[in-house]
Ligand binder design. Structure first.
Ligand code: UDP
Length: 472
């Protein structure tokens, strides 16, 4: 008899940086593991992912993955940081999201396709409670590096005063912080939410990370086995961090990327950037992108524009509409530079003319640059990005981190200096390129059949089959 096909429900927050790694995992589970997969994000994002649906909230079968959205109460326009009240949103997300995801589980059960495991990302720890209430096991999927997970874990398990004291010291930029199994870090290398002032509107985000870890602690107390956290990283990349947390089983299953077209929340720019890339010499183009969320300041965009022009290097720059400040002189006829609103980033990073990625160091961008073998100039903005930048520079040697001025802006001269380090003729660029090739090969190996992450994902799926009920 054919073994029963497992059914996974993957639930994620409606942001591009959350949707992408979850969608990649969904496709991977379906393709490599033959599982049935249902993907669920908020209605507002679902509508943007499938703009041509006649009934916008319909279930959609997209290749091997079914999509059923949940409501977070912001179905029309979606929640916008800085515009809507964050406390109100988070409470809606929890209450409406819980009942919506619960009905999805019941609907799937009712039609003879019960869910065997709920996989959820951070900001949605309530999904674990919903799963438990419905008698379904669950696992957290961590979509930042294991190092960042371990930092948060330590912060909430006895190290908060050490971290806070170091951050408030006279010289917080150079005071080092030593946490178990992690490299020495400085305050500026920590996730920004740990150093944020309590009156900052984003201070509430730290409580979301606390909720995430509290949920795992509760699971730990309820179960005889350690709760599982799937990680979008690979064993060789973050060996120490992956063993830094004793009470949990951290399973590296990344770097997860799928070659299928993305389901983006932004419309692809139609300026023909791939053809433009075809016209440039191998390894010559600087790709610049600060991801889907960072509100890049006016001064920073001006410095990038001028730095790129002065450098004389061809550049492809993703500048989202909301970062196109008045007075910024973008020339459509500049042969050397192409500015687009959104592109297919993995396709761009895979193009042979791209020689460097000037990045905000979001974890997806970091992982994508590793897999595609593109060195980075890091210009971290917030959240986990400073830690990711230090990992790329110090732990893997695959890039450099730009130094910002007193206003937090990377100046044009510094940008040029960093580009020379990465793309120039000197020793540093040879060393960086060598490391980039090394990590690209290791990343590819981890994900290929028989590789460490491939096997881990298989074991996870087999574990659900054999003893799913223990993984609450
Ligand atoms: N991305 C893209 N096109 C763009 C810019 C970004 O497809 O023009 C994708 C990128 O490949 C990555 C995600 O958007 O998968 C951004 O995630 P990341 O974690 O790097 O940053 P965030 O947007 O969460 O800050």
């Amino acid at each position: 008899m054919e073994p029963k096909k497992q059914h996974f429900l993957l639930v994620t927050y409606p942001a591009q940086g959350h949707i992408n790694p979850v969608l990649h995992l969904a496709r991977r589970l379906a393709a490599a593991n033959g599982a049935a997969v249902t993907f669920s994000t908020a209605v507002s994002a679902h509508r943007r992912m499938f703009p041509s649906l006649a009934a916008p909230d319909d279930e959609v079968q997209d290749g091997p993955v079914a999509h059923i959205p949940f409501s977070d109460g912001f179905d029309e326009e979606g929640f916008v940081w800085g515009t809507h009240d964050v406390h109100h949103y988070l409470s809606q997300l929890r209450t409406l999201g819980s009942s919506s995801v619960s009905s999805i589980l019941q609907r799937l059960h009712g039609r003879g396709s019960p869910v065997d495991c709920v996989v959820y990302t951070f900001f949605l720890p309530w999904a674990a409670d919903v799963a438990r209430a419905n008698g379904v096991p669950s696992a957290q999927y961590w979509i930042q590096p294991a190092t960042v997970f371990a930092i948060y874990y330590h912060y909430f398990h006895g190290y908060s005063s050490l971290i806070t004291t170091a951050c408030n010291s006279e010289d917080p930029m150079s005071t080092t912080i030593d946490l178990p199994c992690l490299p020495s870090l400085r305050a500026r290398d920590l996730p920004s939410f740990l150093t944020i002032q309590p009156d900052d509107p984003y201070a509430v985000v730290l409580s979301l990370f606390k909720d995430t870890l509290d949920t795992l602690d509760r699971k730990c107390a309820l179960s005889s086995s350690k709760p599982i956290v799937l990680m979008n990283t690979f064993a060789e990349l973050e060996e120490d961090a992956l063993s830094a947390v004793e009470g949990l089983t951290l399973i590296p299953i990344g770097p997860i990327l799928s070659s299928d077209a993305g389901r983006d929340l932004f419309k692809l720019d139609e300026k023909g950037y791939m053809v433009w890339l075809d016209s440039k010499p191998r390894g010559s183009v600087v790709y610049v992108s600060f991801g889907s969320m960072a509100a890049v300041r006016k001064e920073q965009t001006e410095e990038i524009l001028n730095g790129m022009k002065d450098s004389g290097r061809p550049y492809l720059w993703v500048l989202r509409r909301e970062c196109r400040w008045e007075g910024l002189e973008l020339q459509d006829d500049d042969e050397n530079g192409l500015v687009v609103e959104w592109c297919s980033q993995v396709e761009v990073l895979s193009h042979p003319s791209v020689g460097c990625f000037v990045t905000h160091c979001g974890w997806n961008s970091t992982v994508e640059s590793l897999v595609c073998g593109v060195p980075t100039v890091g210009v971290p903005q917030w959240t986990d990005q400073a830690t990711n930048a230090v990992l790329a520079e110090k732990s893997w040697g695959t890039g450099v981190r730009g130094e910002v001025n007193g206003e937090g802006v990377l100046g044009r001269e510094e940008l040029k200096r960093c580009l020379d380090l990465v793309m120039g003729e000197g020793e540093s660029s040879v060393r960086i390129k060598r490391n980039v090739e090394l990590w690209r090969d290791k990343a590819t190996e981890a994900m290929s059949a028989g590789g460490s992450s491939y096997q881990n994902l298989r074991k996870f799926v087999d574990g659900i089959t054999k003893s799913g009920q223990t993984i609450f």
